[in-house]
Design a binder for this molecule. Structure first.
Ligand code: SF4
Length: 290
């Protein structure tokens, strides 16, 4: 009995993975994306097996790295090493900045000595993020005070036994989220399943597709075609959204290849409404870690 259930679960996961992959491939076809053009996905360097961690080790996420190499252009980043820290190095923590004039900001400091690495990491983040653009996705190492998306303890002070006063993302991940608020984001634990990885791929392909077609005169036509193909998907997941997208796609197609004001508004509305919901759906799938 248990064997049957496990087999059925495996089959439904395989189907879901296939469905997300199929949508990603269709999206590429409809937007005429050249095969050599791949989503640029930034990823914590240690997840690719590079020995850059504070203890000299790595955290290779084997399946994730192999999967990414198939469809993305991975952009490896280690904010701590690239901002000047050594390997090995003392571990870092995030501390609450008690100075009232800084209104509850956080700082990145060495756990034992309290030596402050905030400014060098902030300078690095500003420069590197400008260089890195455009990006289509971000995969950060969970629990890292630099790279994690969320859930890192913020302590009251450096040193053993300091109380935890809050939790949040790592400092580089915070800077990245501020610079690219609509970027698909996940950590390696959320992407340990094939379904979640396939859903994340679709979100990154969407980001790339929109970026690539944004300057093209055929955008309105592409949006109308895309909508006809994906309407069944939207109807299944969110009928109300499908109707909103009907109107936005009509307005996008109405401008035609000439690219008038209607085209720009309709196509932009379509892409924005679809992207917001798509990322929300993907985030649900990714959090389930299927
Ligand atoms: S989590 Fe980020 S900062 Fe830490 S070793 Fe990995 S890439 Fe470097």
């Amino acid at each position: 009995m248990d064997g049957d259930r496990a087999e059925r679960r495996g089959e439904s996961r395989a189907l879901a993975t296939e469905r997300w992959h199929h949508l990603a491939v269709e999206l590429r076809d409809l937007l005429w994306l050249p095969p050599a053009l791949r989503p640029r996905v930034a990823i914590s360097r240690c997840l690719l097996g590079e020995p850059v961690r504070w203890d000299g080790g790595h955290k290779l996420a084997e399946e994730l790295a192999a999967d990414l190499a198939e469809w993305a252009e991975p952009v490896a980043i280690c904010p701590e090493v690239e901002s000047g820290l050594s390997v090995p190095r003392p571990p870092l923590v995030i501390v609450h900045d008690a100075a009232p004039e800084r209104g509850g900001a956080v700082r990145l400091v060495e756990r034992e000595s309290g030596r402050d690495a905030t400014e060098s990491l902030a300078r690095f983040a500003t420069a590197r993020l400008a260089e890195l653009a455009p990006l289509d996705g971000w995969i950060g190492k969970s629990k890292s005070p630099s790279c994690a998306l969320r859930g890192v303890a913020v302590v009251a002070a450096p040193g053993a036994g300091a109380p935890v006063v809050a939790s949040g993302g790592g400092l580089f991940a915070r800077a990245l989220a501020a610079a690219h608020p609509s970027l698909p984001r996940a950590d390696e634990r959320e992407l340990c399943g094939a379904v979640a990885r396939a859903a994340f791929r679709l979100a990154a392909e969407w980001q790339l597709g929109w970026r690539f077609t944004a300057s093209r005169a055929e955008r309105g036509i592409a949006i109308a075609k895309l909508h006809r193909k994906l309407r069944g998907f939207w109807l299944a997941v969110e009928p109300q959204l499908a109707r909103t997208l009907d109107r936005a796609a009509d307005a996008g197609a109405g401008g035609g290849a000439g690219g008038g004001a209607g085209e720009g508004d309709g196509a932009a509305r379509y892409a924005k409404a679809a992207a917001v919901r798509l990322y929300a759906i993907v985030a649900r799938v990714v959090r389930r870690g299927g």
